[in-house]
Design a protein around this ligand. Structure first.
Ligand SMILES: Nc1ncnc2c1ncn2[C@@H]1O[C@H](COP(=O)(O)OP(=O)(O)OP(=O)(O)O)[C@@H](O)[C@H]1O
Ligand SMILES: [Mg+2]
Length: 235
């Protein structure tokens, strides 16, 4: 469904991605793992058109998206939940959710999807008239994911959904990520530093080290591999 071939992305003359190859098949959850500064966010920004790569090819659903605008890429159903959530703090929860559907005109579908995200995260229904900025970190992450779902993504790009959250909330959010994948068939590219957690929900994973993919494989195999455990999973 999504294929990156030889992606090189720069900030000025700093080469942040040094020839990334990565494939996500329809219906998969793929984890993209790596430590601070490895290039995970840059990979997502390269896909979503926010930081266009200098070289390489990105094909989504059989079509090259590499020189397209972020708006055009979103309109194809490739929707990103950014690192640090970036919800609209002064809009209410409900207004934030409706912003996620701004490209849609199907009123009935929008209403159904509102109901669906509120069933995934019942706390959002309780907080619907509260301004986004007053939500807790975990609630803001739930809102950010839900806002993305309101755009009916065919593929979701999630940038470190666990960042700064308590273990119980993280588990809840990861359970929902898997549920979205199963129920809606949404393909997911999950960026995480928390490799242990991500490998438990993902089908396959890629490990990124300073701009290059250094390892990839089936998530269960990586979890079971002693070398991987030592290097990436804290023993
Ligand atoms: N706007 C920018 N200008 C210049 N350099 C940047 C910019 N954004 C990122 N970089 C550099 O590119 C490299 C990759 O950064 P990136 O944000 O993709 O890492 P990351 O894997 O997402 O890290 P983290 O886990 O900390 O979010 C880093 O060396 C970073 O300093
Ligand atoms: Mg990042």
């Amino acid at each position: 469904m999504l294929k990156l071939t030889g992606i090189h992305t720069y900030y000025g003359n700093i080469e942040a991605l040094k020839g990334i190859n990565l494939e996500v098949k329809k219906g998969e959850i793929i984890a993209l793992l790596g430590s601070n500064g490895a290039g995970k966010t840059t990979t997502l920004a390269s896909i979503s058109g926010l930081v266009p790569p200098k070289r390489g090819e990105i094909v989504f659903d059989g079509e090259s998206i590499i020189n397209q605008s972020p708006e055009s890429i979103v309109s194809k159903g490739l929707i990103q939940v950014p690192e640090g959530r970036h919800i609209f703090p002064d809009l209410t929860v409900l207004e934030n959710l409706k912003m996620g559907a701004y490209l849609r005109r199907d009123k009935k579908g929008i209403a159904d999807d509102l109901e669906y995200v509120m069933s995934l995260f019942p706390i959002l229904a309780k907080r619907s008239t509260q301004s986004g900025g007053t939500l807790s970190g975990g609630e803001q992450q739930m809102l950010a994911i839900s806002r993305a779902l309101m755009g009916r993504p065919r593929m979701l790009l999630l940038d470190e959904p666990s960042l700064g959250l308590a273990p119980l909330i993280i588990r809840n959010i990861f359970d929902i990520i898997r549920q979205i994948n199963l129920e809606q068939g949404t393909t997911i590219l999950l960026v995480e530093q928390n490799a242990n957690l991500a490998l438990r929900v993902a089908h396959r994973a890629y490990i990124l080290t300073t701009g290059s993919i250094t390892l990839s494989g089936v998530a269960d195999d990586l979890l079971a591999d002693e070398g991987v455990r030592k290097a990436y999973l804290g023993g």
